[in-house]
Design a protein around this ligand. Structure first.
Ligand SMILES: [Zn+2]
Length: 99
């Protein structure tokens, strides 16, 4: 994955400040399923939730369409923004965005 001009330090800082369940929870209605959270996948049409978020691993995975990754992957795929745009956006929000 090419990060362009953004240093790994900044990415790590942001990653440490945000929680994937917060970010995904703004876009997807999540319910608890054991260790994970489940919801309807935003990347394909489905009636039964197969979209899973793991708070402990800070990743998401969809068993329906195979989408998966970390919080940055989620936002780039969902919003169509580039990786640097997502990083900048998250940096500005400071991870304390209220819906
Ligand atoms: Zn899916």
């Amino acid at each position: 994955m090419g990060h362009g001009l953004i240093s790994d330090d900044i990415i790590d800082q942001i990653r440490g400040r945000i929680d994937i369940t917060d970010i995904v929870g703004h876009h997807v209605s999540l319910t608890k399923a054991g260790q994970n959270l489940k919801g309807l996948c935003p990347f394909h049409q489905e009636k039964t939730p197969s979209f899973t978020v793991s708070p402990s691993r800070q990743i998401f995975h969809c068993f329906g369409c195979g989408a998966g990754g970390n919080v940055f992957t989620f936002l780039t795929r969902l919003t169509g923004a580039s990786f640097p745009e997502v990083i900048r956006d998250l940096g500005q929000k400071g991870g304390n965005r209220s819906a």
